[in-house]
Design a protein around this ligand. Structure first.
Ligand SMILES: C[S@@+](CC[C@H](N)C(=O)[O-])C[C@H]1O[C@@H](n2cnc3c(N)ncnc32)[C@H](O)[C@@H]1O
Length: 271
């Protein structure tokens, strides 16, 4: 039996379906590889190493605590998870639980995300979805922790707002893969009621010394914000994680935008 171990959790807006399209667009001559909107880290984990310095960042402290515990205390996390039953009762209990330690916090968060419908951590999921979805096998989760622990060995894990992070690590050898919330809003825990500051990100990216690759929903707003940058329009089947309603199971249009030439890379001509 083969298990794709290079991921730990499904995440709303996660790039599971796009990672193979995005990877060839990432330049090879990088000094540092930085993901300001790390989420489930699907692109970061897709390759063994992107650059000598690699940084995972997310403003959501639950994700950051989880990846730090996987990096520094994998055995303790696995012990904690081994004691958990994959039951609805335990799921309901954790929804309102106040964990005592960071290890318990990481275990309960991972439990809620991997056992929930669509990886949203809200309702108990009873049907196994496609690979990387609501994995019900405890053994699979434990082995994924081992492989992500190894992958994170030299990765710095940060918990900052994107602006501080990008300014801190920007230089001409830096590469930022940016996967911000979509403009129609995905309801992330950390996004304020006014919504995500798309203009603030655009203004910052316009001024950096390094290179960036950005993935977004293909909307008039995004096309207007990034007018003048190279853009590639792509389509993918909408996953359950991108919130149901009208969009569920339909083709979803995304844009890949960069401040360096990506068309040839997309067409397989260079890199
Ligand atoms: C589209 S998801 C990233 C998904 C990720 N690429 C993956 O493959 O799983 C966007 C992420 O941005 C984070 N986020 C939202 N506002 C942020 C901010 N101001 N600074 C840093 N991260 C932020 C959210 O917590 C969320 O995890």
């Amino acid at each position: 039996m083969t298990i794709d171990k290079k991921h730990l959790l499904n995440w709303v807006g996660g790039k599971r379906l796009l990672r193979k399209t995005i990877a060839p667009l990432i330049p090879k001559d990088l000094i540092s590889y930085i993901e300001p909107f790390g989420g489930g880290g699907w692109v970061l984990f897709y390759k063994e190493k992107w650059a000598d310095l690699e940084i995972y960042n997310d403003l959501d402290g639950r994700l950051v605590n989880l990846f730090r515990i996987v990096k520094y205390h994998p055995e303790a996390l696995k012990e904690e998870l081994r004691l958990l039953l994959g039951s609805r009762e335990m799921f309901m209990q954790f929804l309102n639980a106040k964990p005592y330690t960071d290890i318990q916090r990481a275990a309960q968060f991972l439990f809620l995300i991997t056992r929930s419908f669509g990886g949203r951590g809200e309702t108990y999921g009873t049907v196994k979805k496609s690979a990387g979805g609501a994995s019900k096998s405890q053994r699979n989760i434990l082995s994924k922790i081992d492989s992500i622990h190894e992958r994170l060995d030299k990765v710095l894990v940060e918990n900052r707002d994107f602006e501080k992070l990008i300014k801190q690590y920007d230089h001409d050898g830096a590469f930022f893969y940016c996967d911000p919330p979509y403009t129609f809003g995905c309801g992330y825990e950390v996004t304020s009621t006014e919504g995500f500051a798309h203009e603030r990100l655009r203004d910052l990216l316009k001024s950096i010394q390094g290179r960036f690759l950005l993935s977004y929903d293909d909307s008039p707003k995004v096309r207007e914000l990034y007018k003048g940058f190279e853009m590639i329009a792509i389509e993918r089947l909408n996953g359950i994680n991108n919130k149901g309603g009208d969009r569920k199971n339909k083709m979803f249009k995304e844009l890949l935008i960069a401040n360096y030439p990506i068309e040839d890379l997309f067409n397989g001509r260079t890199n």
